[in-house]
Design a binder for this molecule. Structure first.
Ligand code: FAD
Length: 361
């Protein structure tokens, strides 16, 4: 049987997960073409900067919530059976303040601020935090078992799983979607393109999606470990700042965050914000420094990443652009990992609708 040729543009978590699921179907010959690959750190490449963990913020009853729900068992399976993927289970506690419910950020993270978010029936060991555990500062909170992903291990792992299935990786910096079919590794024109270019979908010719914008996230990665993941719904340092921390799997350090700075493209570190992030983290989790100050944090590196936010929600659609069938999978904001399998499955379904076995012959 003739194979259908596909070029997946993008090697972030969206492109790699989509390529991997496509590669499980033997009828596709797949090239992943990208400007940035696992191992790179760049402001145009969101995936390495993520925590990354599973803390759904999708609204109950939406398709986005379905994508998150579909992704949980996949991440759970990786944590349980595939230690080499760099995903581990971690106890998590979420602390909420009533005053954050109506803030800009509170509205973006609304599901997490609820006492009973929809994911209570999905994640294991969901329970309410007691008044004693909440202290005087927080109005409600919950705990559950989640996962934390070491992105420095997980992205190369995804790439290696693709390689095992015959996917070919090529560096490319495309100006227009119509240029993608011509870079298929066979030398023959591809039948279909999958667009997983994240925030760059704002500028990529043929896409130029004006609904895309960055939500800047600044972080500090430290060697200190407290073996817990936790977050508070807001801070008193401004509407765009939050406090969260998580310990990455397999010696990946603890990531302290953060910020949600909408429309902010700045790739440079804000040193004052870095100090506020560290102060809030040791306050929320004194065990990090045995109750001591931020001078007892052992810094590995500071980070700045741009979450690929899309007004109107993630775009997973098929479209014919200049005669090229294109399936889009971009605009995952701050949830690209926790929705990755759900989104990739939908993209694979759309690919299947275009490349029916008949049309691929
Ligand atoms: P990207 O990772 O940006 O990849 C885009 C790819 O497209 C790259 O390979 C790039 O080179 C390529 N590309 C772009 N343009 C072109 C072009 N013209 N030609 C060729 N190649 C091109 N998500 C979670 O689920 N959980 C978390 O805990 C979490 N924490 C986060 C914390 C921070 C600080 C940040 C910044 C993000 C966080 N996220 C989290 C969000 C998550 O990182 C993103 O949603 C996700 O990485 C987006 O992946 P992507 O593959 O769509 O985009």
């Amino acid at each position: 049987m003739a194979h259908a040729r596909i070029v997946v543009v993008g090697a972030g978590v969206a492109g790699l997960t989509t390529a991997l699921l496509l590669a499980k179907e033997s009828r596709y010959q797949i090239t992943v073409a990208a400007k940035h690959m696992p191992g790179d750190y760049d402001i145009e490449y969101a995936s390495p900067w993520a925590g990354a963990n599973y803390w759904p913020i999708s609204e109950a009853g939406t398709e986005a919530a379905e994508w998150d729900e579909t992704t949980w068992p996949e991440l759970e399976d990786l944590a349980r059976h595939h230690p080499e993927a760099g995903v581990h289970f971690q106890e998590t506690a979420i602390y909420n303040r009533t005053k954050d419910v109506d803030s800009k950020l509170g509205r973006y993270l609304a599901e997490k601020l609820k006492a009973e978010p929809w994911y209570k029936d999905v994640v294991p060991n969901f329970r309410q935090l007691s008044r004693e555990q909440l202290g005087t500062q927080y109005s409600n909170g919950h705990a559950f078992t989640s996962v934390c992903i070491n992105t420095a291990i997980y992205l190369p792992w995804l790439a290696s799983q693709c390689l095992l299935k015959g996917v070919v990786f090529k560096r490319a910096n495309l100006k227009h979607v119509r240029d993608a079919p011509g870079i298929h590794h066979t030398g023959q024109k591809a039948d279909l393109v999958v667009n997983c270019t994240g925030l760059s979908s704002l500028k990529l010719g043929g896409v130029e999606d004006q609904n895309m914008m960055p939500i800047r996230g600044q972080t500090v990665l430290v060697r200190n470990e407290a073996n817990i993941m936790c977050s508070s719904s807001g801070t008193d340092d401004g509407e765009e700042e939050v406090c969260y921390l998580m310990q990455r799997a397999a010696g990946g350090g603890t990531l302290l965050g953060g910020s949600y700075q909408r429309g902010n493209w700045d790739s440079q570190l804000d040193p004052n914000l870095a100090i506020r992030i560290m102060k809030r983290a040791v306050e929320l989790c004194p065990a990090l420094t045995d109750g001591k100050g931020i001078e007892h944090l052992d810094i590995i590196r500071h980070g700045v990443g741009l979450r690929p936010y899309r007004q109107g929600g993630t775009r997973i659609e098929k479209e014919r652009i200049d005669g090229v069938w294109t399936v889009h999978n971009y605009g995952h904001g701050g949830f690209g990992y926790q929705a990755s399998y759900g989104c990739a499955k939908k993209a694979v379904k759309l690919v299947g609708e275009v490349l029916t076995p008949r049309s691929s012959l």
